[in-house]
Design a binder for this molecule. Structure first.
Ligand code: ARG
Ligand code: ZN
Length: 459
């Protein structure tokens, strides 16, 4: 039996109440062991519920003074537990208000509270220093990235541990509050809703709150001299969603793109269901990283925004951010869907259709990188952002569409976003949803497209 079939035998209707039973926070770690690609990161012994992040940042020196409190919950008694943190100097760790013992070991901050914890507990870490930029296995830069007038924090796949001591694995989502103090005249942007801005002396503290569960890799803060645009978009259901857009003030965001955002959001709502979060907007900054990122509620773009990338990062708000992979090897569930959203957007006014995209990719030679390793079968984290995950991932959806027909296919897209909203999910969960909606057996199709090394035949 293909490995993705493991554990998928529960019919969807039985799965739904099970997912709800994991509430309140929809944040319980998925069962099982460490992440396939980053086995050293994350600590499954507790569940992160809320991060309260306080930062004081000086753009001229790039120094950060920070205090993060994590509210968490441990199902069993823990005599010690781990947070992920690289760089920074830790000055104190408290658990439930009492000083705790701690030590650094590689990417781990190992905390030993005075008394074991069980049930709800909180851990507060004070730390300072110049946060690190992190070099990814594929050579790109993330973590704390300096810009000409400040910095931006980018976290996919692992960079958030450069500035937040955290349970740094996508399977453990939590809510966030940020209070960021910067010199007056400087702006601090983060995920979620702007709660307030308070001047004191020569500083300003910006407070942001992300009330919907979020994976660590989607957390961001951007500090710099920005132009701000605040407005509202009316969703297809009539909900008014606040928009906060910030751009380096040397760039700004062209009005055409600001106008495109509501159109893209509504286009995607019609296809994927209601926009999942409390606010939206864009973040455009001078960070030389070479990629855009779907930072939750406020996707990041380096230097400028083009419409297709906007469509891609906005689609991630449903697929990736709201429905999040529990393990990095399932990343096609984010990138394949976001790429497919680009194809749908391009087709909407008589452009290239997804079927044509599929055919021209299918014509790539058998030796093309597209065909190997298969989307869920790579074991090297260098392959996370490769063609198999993005393009063969999107082709998988087109193959599914051809098999089950348009009506069921678009019903699957919506059912998927609805069933796992604000949660985490696996490829096996998607197979189950698609089989439930279509009434067809689809395990072979998904196995061909996701697990087979080489080009699937007969499509
Ligand atoms: N998820 C981002 C996107 O699809 C790409 C992030 C690339 N990150 C990296 N470390 N290479 O737009
Ligand atoms: Zn993407």
């Amino acid at each position: 039996m293909p490995s993705l079939l493991r554990g998928r035998l529960l019919p969807l209707l039985a799965v739904v109440p099970l997912v709800l039973a994991l509430a309140p926070a929809f944040a319980a770690p998925p069962p099982g062991g460490p992440d396939t690609l980053f086995p050293r990161l994350g600590d499954r012994s507790y569940d992160a519920v809320h991060y309260d992040v306080r930062l004081r940042y000086d753009p001229t020196t790039n120094r950060l003074r920070a205090r993060t409190r994590l509210d968490a919950s441990a199902p069993t008694r823990l005599t010690s537990f781990r947070l992920d943190l690289v760089g920074m100097r830790v000055t104190s760790v408290r658990v439930g208000g009492s000083r705790a013992r701690w030590r650094r070991s590689g990417q781990h901050l190992v905390v030993t509270p005075r008394r074991p914890v069980q049930g709800r507990f909180s851990v507060a870490v004070a730390y300072r220093g110049v946060p690190r930029t992190y070099r990814d296995p594929d050579g790109s830069r993330e973590g704390w990235v300096r810009t000409p007038d400040g910095a931006v924090a980018l976290g996919e796949p692992v960079g958030t541990m450069t500035w937040i001591p955290s349970d740094n694995t996508p399977g453990d989502k939590a809510t966030y509050r940020y209070r960021v103090t910067v010199p007056r005249g400087t702006t601090a942007v983060a995920n979620g809703d702007l709660q307030g801005r308070r001047n004191h002396g020569r500083s300003t503290t910006w407070t942001w709150r992300a009330r919907d569960p979020m994976a660590t890799y989607l957390a961001t803060v951007a500090i710099g001299r920005f132009t701000a645009h605040h407005s509202q978009v009316t969703s297809v259901t009539g909900r008014r969603i606040p928009v906060w857009t910030f751009a380096d003030r040397k760039r700004d965001v062209p009005r055409s793109i600001r106008r495109a955002l509501p159109r893209v959001l509504r286009f995607e709502e019609r296809l994927f269901g209601p926009y999942p979060f409390t606010s939206t907007g864009l973040l455009v900054d001078d960070a030389d990283v070479g990629y855009a990122l779907e930072t939750q509620t406020r996707p990041f773009f380096p230097y400028s925004v083009d419409e297709v990338t906007l469509v891609h990062e906005m689609a991630h708000q449903w697929y990736g951010d709201s429905v999040t992979v529990g393990d990095w090897h399932d990343l096609w569930l984010a990138e394949g869907f976001a790429t497919y959203a680009e194809w749908l957007w391009e087709a909407r006014k008589g452009g290239t259709t997804p079927a044509q995209q599929f055919d021209s990719l299918y014509a790539r030679p058998a030796s093309a990188r597209l065909w190997s390793p298969a989307p869920t079968e790579f074991t090297d984290s260098r392959d996370l952002f490769g063609d198999p995950v993005y393009l063969r991932g999107a082709m998988t959806l087109q193959a599914l569409r051809e098999r089950i027909g348009d009506a069921d296919f678009f019903a699957v897209l919506k059912a998927w976003a609805r069933t796992y909203r604000h949660g985490t999910a696996t490829t096996a969960d998607l197979v189950a949803v698609a089989e439930e909606v279509s009434g067809q057996q689809l395990d072979q199709l998904f196995a061909d497209w996701l697990e087979l090394d080489g080009r699937p035949t007969g499509y």
